[in-house]
Every structure is written in C-alpha cells, then in structure tokens.
Design a protein around this ligand. Structure first.
Ligand code: XUL
Ligand code: CO
Length: 437
C-alpha cells in the first residue's frame, strides 16, 4: 500500500522557474559544487520521531494528525506499518539517511525483555528496508526521557536503579545502531539536568552522566561499533537547566571527564537559539575544538521562544551553517538531520513533503552561496587584514617572546595611542547579501 500517493515515484529537481510544489527548485542532487555533489555535501537525513510519530498534539490540544500508518490495533504491526511509511517517504524524497530513537521504531513492552524483543524485531525489519532502498542510518539513539521512570533523569537520576535501566536501554540501542550500520550514535540528555537545585546534587549527577558515556564508549568497543558518538547540546526544556546546555558547557564537560576523544557534538539550530547563541556561534565554537560532528537542521520561532523545531527556510541561516561545514572540510560521519516537525495545522501527508522540500532547497541555496563566498575570498581577506598585526613583527613578539607587562608598557611609551581600524561590519553584511540576493 502507498501511504504517500501524492508523489508517484520521486521528488525531482525542476529548477527555479518550477511552480510544482512537489519539486525541488534549488536542490539538484547531482549538481557539483566545488568538489562534491549537493547530495554528498549536504547528507540529508529524515528523522523518525517528528516526521512519522508526531501527532500534532501540544500542551493545549489533542492530536490533529491521524496517520494511516498508525491505525492497526497491534502495536508491533503499527510499528511495522510506520516503518513501511517511513521508508516509502524517505525514498520518494530521495534522501539517503534516517535517524531514530529506539522507542520511535518499536513500542515499549510490558517489561524490559519484551521491549528488547520488540526492538529486535523492528531492527530486523529496518535492516531489510535499508537493503531494499539503499537508505542508510545517520545515527541512532535511545529515548531516555519520555517514560515516567525517567522523570528525574536517566544517567543523572538520584536512583541507581534508574541509571541501570537507562544504561541497559543504551546497550540495546547501541546494538540496534550497530546492526543497522549507523554512522553515529547520539546522546541528547533530555532530562539530564535539574528542575530545581534545591533537590539536586549537581556534582554527583554530572559524574554519573560521564560514567554512562564511558560505559557506552567501552561497550561500543566491545561490539566493534565504529560509529561516531555525539552529544547534543540544549540548555533547557524539558528541564530548567540541562548539563549539556551549549557547546561551551559540553566541551568543558567532555574535557573534565576525559571524553574529548570519544564524542563530537550534534548541533541543533533551535537549541543554539534557546541557549542565547546563534547557530553560527555554536558551530564555530565546536569546529575550533575539532568537535563538530553533525547537525540537527531546524529553526525556532523568535516570538514563541520555545523549541518549536520548525523546518529551516531562512537562507541567511542555512548559508552560515554551510559555511562552517565547508570550513571544517565537510561532513565525515555527520549530516543534516531534519529534526523538525510540521505545524499542528499542517496535518496532511503532502505537508511532510512541502516541509522537507523547503528545508532541502534552503540548504542547497545556502551551499551555493557559502561556496561562492569562500571562492571569492573577500570576506576572509577582510578578516585576515583585521588580524594582520598579529602576523607582524610586534604581534609575533607579543605572542611568542614578550612575557611581561613591562615590555608592553615600554611599547606603549614608544608608540603612543593605537590606531583605530574599522570592523567593517556593514560592508561584510553587504557582501553576504551580494550572494544571497
Ligand atoms: C530534542 C531533540 C531530540 C534529539 C534526539 O529537542 O532535539 O530529538 O535530537 O533525542
Ligand atoms: Co535534535
């Protein structure tokens, strides 16, 4: 059965002039930009949880999305139908990757063993689907935040029994990811933080979190899983404060607990803005620490101010994101995972296509603009000129030879007031717009 009859075979590139809402206007998968095709640069992934499992419910209202793949009474059958729908959709969208949580693809059973049995069955089903379609797994993860047992966190829970449950779940989620050839495994610490410090031993909780990550690294080694581990920063929601709040906090955490060699970061645009940063800032900070791994591509709403997980359509933002990715030399294990959901009123299956097509087109355009900006080199030249003093004799001396404040004083006494130079912000913004417009 076809769950998505609106697209007969595949969404195709029709170019800028096309008025077909079910065609790409910018994303031409085979177009070469620099040294790679758009498909190879962007490595899009469809996320399982929002796209196939979201119902449109919000804190104020009931579900609006009644999906045909969600109608069977038996939960395992429902999970298989959902997987049929997922692989049909991803194939028709012509995307190469997917991402999932254990509990997205298989239902929770009566007890842990039954949950594992269901997961195992669905992983085998997914393996066949991957073989049939050629779609690959970008990353897997465990849902350690939805079930009531995780109300006070998973790895950071005050109760070691819950820690053990979470660790056992991670073990199976890692097995699942490994079996499906996942290129990565993500930790998003949904409730790894606190609601109130009055009841929290923060030191103890952070140590527990690190302990679980070390155990996961060790288990991966044991089973031969070579994929990249990621940690996904987010400052709050559902907790008041999450320990992996932003890139800086994650890097500090990874360094403190000797995990830098084992984990990179999976950065999400809406999480960056919730943390009070631009996505450009977060990507830059991670890139400079050699810790930029993958991207959850979405966007927030400036006025609503919570994690709305909207599809990215802003070319300015996609350009900034792709610039950072190009400057790190492109993705290796990572990709652009649409951790994004259609709005509550966009409850039809066509809306799922429109949303992804819009996001893919926005990133394709961002890629072309970012590539052109780098080729042109004018922006880099302005930045280089701004720091040129540090390459000069005195700059180098200050960095490498002059160790004391008195030498600096001597320089000031000889040279007087420093010359002011323009930061050229408006000029730089104009250059970016030359490419965008
Ligand atoms: C939540 C979020 C998650 C992670 C995976 O805000 O982004 O979906 O990406 O657990
Ligand atoms: Co995410």
């Amino acid at each position: 059965m076809a769950y998505f009859p609106e697209v007969a075979e595949k969404v195709r590139y029709e170019g800028k002039g096309s008025k077909n809402p079910l065609a790409f206007k910018q994303y031409n998968p085979d177009k070469v930009v620099g040294e790679k095709t758009m498909r190879e640069h962007l490595k899009f992934a469809v996320c399982y949880w929002h796209t196939f499992k979201a119902t449109g419910s919000d804190p104020f209202g009931l579900p609006t999305m009644v999906r045909p793949w969600d109608s069977a009474t038996d939960p395992v059958q429902r999970a298989k139908d959902t997987m049929d729908a997922a692989f049909e959709f991803i194939s028709k969208l012509d995307v190469d990757y997917w991402a999932f949580h254990d509990r997205d693809i298989a239902p929770e059973g009566e007890n842990f063993s039954e949950s594992c049995k269901f997961l195992h069955e669905l992983v085998e089903y997914a393996e066949q689907k991957q073989k049939q379609t050629g779609i690959k797994l970008l990353w897997g993860t465990a849902n350690l935040f939805s079930h009531p047992r995780y109300q006070a966190g998973a790895a950071t829970n005050p109760n070691p029994d819950v820690f053990a449950y979470a660790a056992a779940q991670v073990k199976h989620a890692l097995d699942a990811t490994h079996k499906l050839g996942g290129a990565g495994y993500t930790f998003w610490g949904g409730r790894e933080g606190y609601d109130t410090l009055w009841n929290t031993d923060m030191k103890q909780e952070r140590e527990q979190f690190a302990h679980l990550l070390h155990m996961a690294v060790e288990y991966a080694h044991e089973i031969g899983f070579k994929g990249q581990f990621y940690i996904e920063p987010k400052p709050k929601e559902p907790t008041t404060h999450q320990y992996d709040s932003d890139v800086a906090a994650c890097l500090n955490f990874l360094r403190e607990f000797h995990l830098m060699d084992h984990l990179k970061l999976n950065l999400e645009t809406n999480h960056a803005t919730l943390a009070g940063h631009t996505m450009q800032h977060e990507l830059r900070a991670a890139r400079h620490a050699n810790a930029l791994g993958s991207v959850d591509a979405n966007t927030g709403d400036e006025l609503i101010g919570w994690d709305t997980d909207q599809f990215p359509t802003n070319i300015y933002t996609t350009t900034a994101i792709v610039l950072e990715i190009l400057q790190m030399g492109g993705f290796t294990t990572g990709g652009l995972n649409f951790d994004a959901k259609v709005r509550r009123q966009s409850h039809t299956t066509e809306d799922l296509f429109y949303a992804h097509i819009g996001g893919m087109d926005a990133f394709a355009r961002g890629l072309e603009i970012a590539h052109a900006i780098l080729e042109d080199g004018r922006i880099q030249a302005i930045v280089d000129a701004r720091y040129a003093g540090w390459q000069g004799k005195f700059g180098q001396k200050i960095l490498h030879e002059t160790k004391n404040l008195a030498d600096c004083e001597d320089h000031v006494l000889r040279h007087g007031e420093p010359t002011l130079t323009s930061g050229r912000q408006e000029l730089l913004e104009n250059i970016i717009n030359e490419y965008i417009l």
